[in-house]
Ligand binder design. Structure first.
Ligand SMILES: C[S@@+](CC[C@H](N)C(=O)[O-])C[C@H]1O[C@@H](n2cnc3c(N)ncnc32)[C@H](O)[C@@H]1O
Length: 227
């Protein structure tokens, strides 16, 4: 069953920025930078859009953005942010939808993004296959995901931070030790690097040029693919 983000929506942004020391913003910017510029008519789907930070960045570049997520509470925050950012609301379309059953025809979007969402899919391959299906031929897909660092020197520090400090912060600042124990546990279980790229490659016959960029010592990975 998918983790219920409704429970932590209120604290999500604050905790996310705190736990990543603000780096989540840089990682999203980097992902957007890797997408080919396509002018104002470019349509982008942001899957598992959550509170909409990626959608806002994409819209600043002039894209028409569709954001989908399973959590009504996360989407409510995304809608509020868009309203207060004084964008023309028509640039955005937020809707409740499961990444594993996207309600769009084949080849609908020039680009598809997903920031820190794929780790939460119940069936990873199905979600990736859907993202590829709705991408136009020639389009680009950018996926951000957290990972454990490769470096043996960094690993003990990371384990201390992820295993002890994050759950402690979750308990004391967001009132949920459980949610912030799930986070590092789900990161360490999730395939990273080449293992993830193999799954992505196998998710659709049309996918090509799968590649990754290691960000911040590899604790965040940017996976890119084309159709
Ligand atoms: C860690 S948050 C990431 C939110 C946002 N993309 C960001 O950059 O901060 C993960 C999001 O994935 C959503 N999610 C999980 N499984 C999903 C699915 N199958 N379909 C759509 N959204 C999903 C959750 O509701 C949650 O909002």
């Amino acid at each position: 069953m998918a983790y219920d983000f409704d429970k932590i929506a209120r604290d999500y942004d604050r905790m996310n920025h705190l736990m990543t020391l603000g780096l989540d913003k840089c990682w999203r910017k980097r992902a957007v930078k890797e997408l080919p510029a396509g002018g104002s008519r470019r349509s982008v789907l942001d899957v598992a859009c959550g509170t909409g930070d990626m959608c806002l960045l994409l819209a600043k570049q002039g894209a028409a953005v569709t954001g989908v997520d399973l959590s009504e509470e996360m989407l409510a925050i995304a809608r509020k942010k868009v309203a207060s950012a004084k964008f023309q609301f028509s640039t955005f379309n937020f809707q409740i939808s499961d990444a594993e059953r996207l309600p769009f025809p084949d080849a609908s979007f020039d680009a598809v993004t997903c920031a820190f969402g794929v780790r939460n899919f119940v069936h990873l391959e199905r979600g990736l296959a859907e993202m590829i299906r709705v991408l136009k031929p020639g389009g680009t897909m950018a996926i951000l995901e957290m990972a454990t660092p490769d470096s043996r020197l960094l690993r003990p520090l990371y384990d201390l931070y992820a295993g002890k400090i994050i759950p402690w912060l979750g308990q004391h600042l967001a009132g949920s030790r459980e949610a912030y124990t799930y986070l590092p546990a789900s990161i360490s279980r999730f395939p990273k690097g080449d293992a993830f790229l193999r799954i992505l490659q196998n998710a659709g016959a049309q996918v090509r040029n799968c590649r990754q960029r290691k960000l911040t010592f590899g604790v965040c990975r940017l996976y890119l693919a084309s159709r």
